[in-house]
Design a protein around this ligand. Sequence first.
Ligand code: NAD
Length: 269
Amino acid sequence: MSGLADVEGRVAVVTGGASGIGRGIAEALVAAGARVVIADVEPGPLEAAAAEIGALAVRTDVRLGDDVQALAERVLAEYGRVDIVVNNAGVGHLAPFDQLGLEDFRWVLDVNLWGVIHGVKTFLPLIEKTSDAGWIVNTASMAGLFNAPGMAAYAASKAAVVALTETVAQELAQARSRVGISVLVPGLVRTAIADSERNRPGGRRTAPPQLDQIPPGRTLEPAAVGRLVVDGLTRGDLYLVTHPEMLPVVHDRHARIEAAFGSAGSEKE
Ligand code: NAD
């Protein structure tokens, strides 16, 4: 599908927009001339970021469908339309599987996967109704394309976001929708994700997780990711990749899957 030709004048919503990648995307959208709403669960940084970048702040917990619905109503009340939605809010919690409790899985999946489900479910029909053309970006992670020890909850949530986005992209193309969709798959970006526990419902449970289990790579600044996202949705790319040097890791996984297909059925009569 061809991309969103013009960002100028469009109304954009960015969840998790108070910090890190979301803030970088919000800034890039403002720079491209969009009117931007940032939605976040952390009130202080949300208000501060909105004032600094010239966005509207709407406190939202993406785990809650009603909160995302209220966000949409606020956006429509303010601007009468919505064109671009970036479902970006997310948390990281890395630990070996035997140290991940059910409540860890629930929190990570509630924010990272259900936040995206709520965002797409709520906003896709509204973009189709109020915009002549629109775009959705879902933030997954390189961890949605490969995995490593310590990433069971996080990688499960991000692989699901990749799968959801790929599926919806095919459905939108089939329906010849005016709305397109992309999945952002960042490698390491300099953000506050290692301290995701600051936003954990009920307060911190553990010390900030160790990020040294993630394969090393270049650490990007959020502003660079923001520019890459705006360029990518303008081109209409399904996959928005920040770290091309990580291709060998993804390729290794694909090669192992392909090898399994190669040997499958070898014992058939
Ligand atoms: P960050 O902690 O700097 O920003 C995340 C934002 O999400 C924060 O402002 C936080 O308040 C908000 N948030 C958390 N829970 C929320 C909730 N329930 N409802 C609404 N907002 C909530 O981290 P970041 O790295 O910028 O993370 C943004 C996205 O990028 C996440 O989805 C993350 O998984 C993804 N990502 C990050 C990296 C990286 O290296 N930083 C790599 C790949 C993917």
